[in-house]
Design a protein around this ligand. Structure first.
Ligand code: ADP
Length: 301
């Protein structure tokens, strides 16, 4: 039958040897630009014989344009993290290309043809009186897919720190995978990661303790996931759209930070969102529990 790359690549990576990641640049052909990342362009390319796949395969290639030492370092760190992630709902790293006279490294990822979840939701927002193509069935599955990926990160003690619809990608069978590990960290003994220095922060998705103290844990990822559920339910509306960053920080301090759920809509996700948005981090539900509650594209077809 037809090989389903989304299923097999993460399994291939589980057993992958350290010296098996490098991919010859000559085996990549440019097709078109598909996005703009933090470090450089994201390209659609065709790769030959990559990650155990015999033949040609469309792939997404993240390039590094910046020559700033700090950016190069971050890019390489993201690559090292992604090598360790092996889950059906995390975008798989297929290879890297670090050699060559052009110098800058390339990150070769499985191609997710429907792009990021935020734009996908905006595009499929049903108009009044119209039948929804992307409706409750898919919305719940998106939530289940992401919970599955996050349960993997939680159990392996990684915090993502930037869970939002814009950082999830939609695959050929409308399965969703978590991507963009630019802010992800291994959690140390202290069980939290404290932000250092200046950084652009996803304020509208951040938990109260992240906003006030700069603490990031799996529980703060759970809060952000609750905001992502709200994005799914509202088809990509900007969270707390009418509030400024300063006002959001004040709401966190006054314990008045909350997201009003669209009335009577998607109760299956609303109950989960409420458990994600407990003000005290210790009271929040875990990703392991959420993943057990919601169906995902592995359990339903
Ligand atoms: P950065 O984290 O540097 O901002 P992203 O990973 O978010 O970069 O990539 C930027 C954009 O490129 C995404 O919003 C998406 O549209 C596209 N893109 C990234 N990775 C893929 C992929 N694997 N498949 C398809 N499109 C992708």
């Amino acid at each position: 039958g037809v090989m389903s790359p989304s299923v097999t690549f993460y399994e291939y990576n589980k057993e992958r040897a350290d010296d098996d990641w490098e991919h010859d640049r000559a085996q990549l052909t440019y097709l078109r630009d598909i996005g703009e990342g933090q470090f450089g362009k994201v390209l659609l390319m065709k790769a030959k014989n990559i990650a155990g796949y015999k033949g040609k395969l469309p792939v997404a290639v993240k390039t590094l344009t910046s020559i700033e030492e700090e950016d190069v370092q971050k890019f390489l760190e993201e690559i090292e993290l992604m090598k360790k992630f092996s889950n059906p709902h995390i975008v798989s790293l297929l290879g890297i290309s670090t050699g060559g006279s052009e110098g800058a490294p390339l990150m070769i990822l499985e191609y997710m043809p429907y792009g990021d979840l935020h734009n996908f939701l905006l595009k499929h927002k049903p108009k009044a009186g119209e039948h929804a193509i992307i409706g409750i069935y898919h919305q719940i599955r998106f939530a289940g897919d992401i919970a599955n990926a996050m349960a993997f990160l939680e159990s392996n003690k990684y915090v993502h720190r930037d869970i939002a619809a814009r950082n999830c990608l939609v695959g050929p069978n409308l399965e969703v995978k978590v991507a963009d590990f630019g802010m992800a960290r291994m959690v140390q003994e202290k069980e939290y990661y404290k932000i250092a220095g200046r950084a652009v922060l996803p304020v509208r998705w951040m938990a109260p303790e992240s906003l006030i103290y700069g603490y990031f844990t799996s529980s703060s990822d759970v809060w952000s996931y609750g905001v992502l559920l709200w994005e799914i339910a509202t088809y990509g509306t900007v969270p707390l759209e009418s509030s400024s960053v300063q006002e959001i920080v004040e709401m966190a301090q006054n314990k008045t930070l909350y997201h009003t759920w669209p009335e009577k809509y998607l109760p299956e996700l609303k109950v989960v969102q409420e458990e994600c948005h407990k003000y005290e981090a210790e009271e929040r539900i875990t990703f392991e529990k959420i993943a057990g509650l919601l169906p995902n594209s592995q359990t339903t077809t």
